[in-house]
Design a protein around this ligand. Structure first.
Ligand SMILES: [Zn+2]
Ligand SMILES: [Zn+2]
Length: 340
């Protein structure tokens, strides 16, 4: 991605995260003792969590962007049960799914933080750099708001001052945040066998990230997907596109009716799996065709976006027109061996 575009997206993300920063989760029961905690706001960088009450403790799936947001989640868990949080799962190594780990470590020092071995490896090698990049983007957001405030009309000043307050608080938190790594890792499958329920943690290998994990509750017919599948446009920056299609196929074969995904509302049924598999197939096919016929990246972006928008506008969020550009760039790099 070109630097200017990356910065624009980072600033957009920082602003939308701020807009949702102080708002509560919407906690929805989906089965007895199983809850979807839907992060506030749409299309910001925060993630959903799942709360699963076990025999003598609780499993929380994914930990949101910051420790303070994770503390809000812990407060939600305490409204549901007095049992301690014993297990935390990071489905994959993106900041919105693990940067809250610190809060769980502080509140429950004996809790195991679980991830695939690949996710822990990614966090060790790239997690720190990305956290620093997030601090940089947050600092840029503060600078931009200060500049906007300087030239603002009286009617906009109150709104911008509130945004600046949130931006400065966000920057301070990101600067002080400690990266807490998973304590328990596995390669293929790890099962929590409790009397009340069984939770199968299944590593599907490379897909949205290098090593995604889903949490499957066979008795309750619930699956927690992280970003393997969700309600926004797929983000493909770290993905392996064809492996992702294979992983969606693999998971779709499991017997479930309810999906708690990484972003957006709870799904019922498997329609979203079909949509995502078809979208990824079409993206790869159209981009490959464009590249084979000599299209440059910029030409491919125009051609492929036109084809995909006809088919998928309305099936993905309004941000699709922008996000499809990043997906085409990823597909083009993949098919061309990085020549863009
Ligand atoms: Zn992700
Ligand atoms: Zn995410």
């Amino acid at each position: 991605m070109k630097c200017a575009l990356w910065l624009a997206l980072a600033l957009l993300l920082a602003a939308s995260v701020l807009a949702a920063a102080d708002k509560p989760y919407e906690v929805k029961p989906v089965a007895d003792g199983v809850y979807a905690a839907i992060a506030p706001g749409a299309f910001n960088g925060r993630c959903n969590s799942a709360i699963v009450v076990l025999d003598d403790g609780v499993l929380v799936v994914d930990t949101d962007l910051t420790p303070s947001q994770a503390r809000d989640m812990i407060a939600e868990v305490r409204k549901i049960t007095s049992k301690p949080i014993k297990f935390v799962l990071n489905t994959h190594p993106h900041g919105d799914h693990f940067q809250g780990n610190q809060a769980y470590r502080e509140a429950f020092p004996n809790a195991e933080i679980i991830a695939s071995a690949g996710t822990r490896c990614d966090l060790e090698t790239r997690g720190l750099a990305r956290a620093k990049a997030a601090v940089f983007a947050a600092a840029q957001a503060v600078d931009k708001l200060k500049a906007d405030l300087g030239g603002a009309t009286e009617s906009r000043k109150n709104e911008l001052q509130e945004k600046l307050r949130q931006a400065e608080a966000n920057l301070a938190e990101l600067k002080s945040m400690q990266l807490v790594l998973p304590t328990l890792t596995f390669d293929r499958e790890l099962t929590l066998n409790h009397t009340s329920r069984t939770v199968e943690l299944i590593c599907v290998g490379p897909a949205h990230s290098s090593s995604d994990v889903v949490a499957y509750l066979p008795k309750e017919k619930v699956i927690v997907t992280g970003d393997l599948l969700h309600g926004w446009t797929p983000y493909m920056g770290d993905s392996s596109p064809y492996d992702w299609i294979r992983a969606l196929d693999q998971v779709e074969k499991l017997d479930f009716e309810i999906i708690i995904s990484g972003h957006g509302d709870v799904f019922h049924g498997k329609g979203q799996f079909e949509l995502w598999k078809q979208y990824l197939r079409d993206l790869m096919l159209e981009t490959t065709q464009a590249w084979v016929h000599g299209a440059s990246l910029e030409e491919a972006k125009k051609q492929v976006a036109a084809a995909l928008q006809v088919k998928y506008t309305g099936k993905f969020p309004d941000t699709f027109a922008l996000e499809v550009q990043g997906n085409i760039a990823k597909a083009y790099r993949f098919v061309s061996g990085g020549q863009d």
